[in-house]
Design a protein around this ligand. Structure first.
Ligand code: BG6
Length: 519
């Protein structure tokens, strides 16, 4: 039986936008955003909807309901959203279609947006929402939980109890859940169990915004669309892999959240493990969501649980980039929260046995740099033994995620001249040299995929739990909390993180590259 989902979608007559080539508008749906007054809604979700609208990827039947506590008129809510969007468009022209707002595309979104006042834990809110949704023509609903984690359980429970998660007449009911999904293995299991008692796994879209980045999605393209890389993608040729997510910003007024979370929970079992999953997974048979997610799940399953010896924590102190973490607002003067974490991870399977994956992330570091570097083993030196060459530099393939988008490959050539001298060079590709910049705040694909019902870029319950299982021993260490080492704000992290690699005869790639042709 044809469902609303199957009907050809009609978009956006009011925006003049033709859908992007090869894409069609998402099915009509109501997007109910809990936490409509928050930063995520203003800074990312509404701008992403605006970009989708400009690209002609939303259906005429789309409706947006912003839920938050506190009475507010829809017209005031719309004005507030418009003001923040105008500000972002002016500040960050590259992430929008123009530095001037495309009024038609924005009006198209804002006209479909209404405000709904309600407490997240009150029955009345959900009865009221039920009433409201019954007046919206489409039966498809995406509930987006853009709220702090403590509201995840009560909101899902209320949605379930109010019958709002029941999928009838071919309509979908989906829930998008932001991170942090739990704070350790036990809490993630508990959260999964709770949510799954009100909704099916297929209705749950656990977001990791790193997977919304084009450059992250491109990891699979680089690996599987090129004959060059896959043959060497194994322990016989790869010495080790480094995954870095270094930031120059501090905790940006999020001291209260960060005090309880720390760099490890904030970034490692989610963002960095997701990158690791993309780089380490076996080739899937297709890009079908379950096939891809199965392959990624196998990686997390094969991860050896971390030990205290595999992990280094750090905290920034006063340095060239400014004051120390303990001087930040809402941070305890004797805080032991880590703002830096480095980890050595092993994947115990046929492809990767014995190959270390070194992960690091931190605030107030010397550079903003998210990248993955795959370092190959060096060739036998024998050939060069009677030449002036005293050492060979290993080949390194680097996939640059942020802020530069591209790849580079380090290899060796002969230095011009009469003697056999070897020089390390770099061959680089930048997306901007080949492709037009696309307006993107990172949530467009995720929202669009969720409306389409494509779960490839979302995390499944089992993967969330296996990832936390690998991280758990350092979150609850048997011998007491791990030491937190100081590093100067603006430096490359604590010396102990360098020692972690030095003990294996290796070194981190410099955060600030002084080579001539970098980025
Ligand atoms: C978030 C973390 O999930 O990711 C932040 O909570 C961090 O602390 C951010 O700054 C980094 O994301 P991006 O896309 O800016 O690299």
């Amino acid at each position: 039986m044809p469902t609303e989902h199957d009907q050809p979608a009609t978009h956006a007559e009011g925006t003049d936008a033709a859908p992007l080539a090869g894409k069609h508008p998402a099915p009509p749906c109501a997007l109910v955003i809990f936490g409509a007054g928050g930063d995520l809604t203003k800074r990312l979700l509404m701008p992403a909807l605006y970009n989708l609208s400009s690209d002609g990827l939303l259906d005429e039947g789309m409706q947006i309901v912003g839920v938050n506590h506190g009475a507010r008129e829809t017209s005031d809510f719309r004005d507030e959203l418009t003001q923040s969007l105008r500000k972002f468009a002016a500040d960050r022209a590259s992430t929008f279609h123009t530095s001037q707002l495309n009024e038609k595309a924005w009006n198209w979104v804002v006209e479909r947006t209404q405000y709904f006042a309600g407490e997240f834990e009150s029955d009345d809110t959900f009865e009221g929402l039920k009433q409201l949704l019954s007046t919206i023509k489409t039966g498809n609903v995406v509930f987006y939980l853009a709220v702090t984690a403590r509201f995840f359980k009560p909101i899902v429970e209320h949605l379930g109890r109010a019958g709002l998660l029941k999928e009838e007449n071919g309509n979908f009911r989906r829930i998008v859940i932001e991170k942090p999904f739990g704070t350790d293995l036990a809490s993630a299991k508990d959260l999964n169990a709770h949510i799954l008692s009100y909704a099916n796994e297929q209705q749950i879209y656990r977001i990791d915004h790193f997977l919304g980045k084009d450059t992250v999605q491109s990891i699979l393209a680089v690996r599987f669309a090129n004959a060059l890389f896959e043959p060497m993608w194994r322990r016989e040729y790869i010495d080790h892999v480094q995954i870095t997510a270094a930031e120059t910003i501090g905790v940006e007024g999020r001291g209260r959240f960060y005090e309880q979370t720390g760099a490890f929970r904030d970034m490692v079992p989610n963002h960095l493990f997701q990158l690791l999953g993309m780089i380490a997974m076996e080739p899937p048979n297709s890009f079908d969501a379950e096939t891809v997610r199965d392959k990624k799940a196998e990686v997390f399953d094969a991860m050896k649980p971390l030990t205290a010896q595999d992990v280094v924590f750090g905290q920034y102190e006063k340095g060239p980039a400014g004051p120390g973490y303990r001087e930040e607002p809402d941070v305890a003067p004797d805080s032991q929260t880590e703002t830096y974490a480095a980890a050595r991870v092993f994947i115990d399977n046929w492809r990767w046995a014995g190959v270390p994956f070194y992960l690091r992330t931190g605030k107030r570091l010397a550079a903003r740099r998210t990248e993955l570097s795959v370092q190959l083993k060096t060739v036998p030196f024998r050939l060069f033994r009677d030449t002036p060459v005293d050492r060979l530099t290993p080949n390194v393939l680097t996939l640059r995620i942020d802020p530069a988008h591209g790849t580079s490959f380090d290899f060796n050539v002969k230095v011009p001249g009469p003697v056999m001298e070897i020089g390390a060079v770099r061959s680089s590709f930048d997306y901007a040299d080949f492709f037009a910049e696309r307006a993107n705040v990172g949530y467009e694909t995720l929202l669009y995929d969720c409306m389409l019902g494509d779960e490839t870029l979302f995390q499944r319950a089992d993967s969330i739990e296996t990832a936390w299982a690998a991280a758990d021993p350092v979150l609850h260490p048997k011998d007491g909390p791990l030491p937190v080492h100081g590093y100067a704000a603006g430096s490359s992290g604590p010396a102990e993180a360098d020692a972690l690699l030095a003990a294996d005869g290796r070194a981190w790639r410099p955060l600030v590259d002084t080579r001539k042709k970098e980025d």
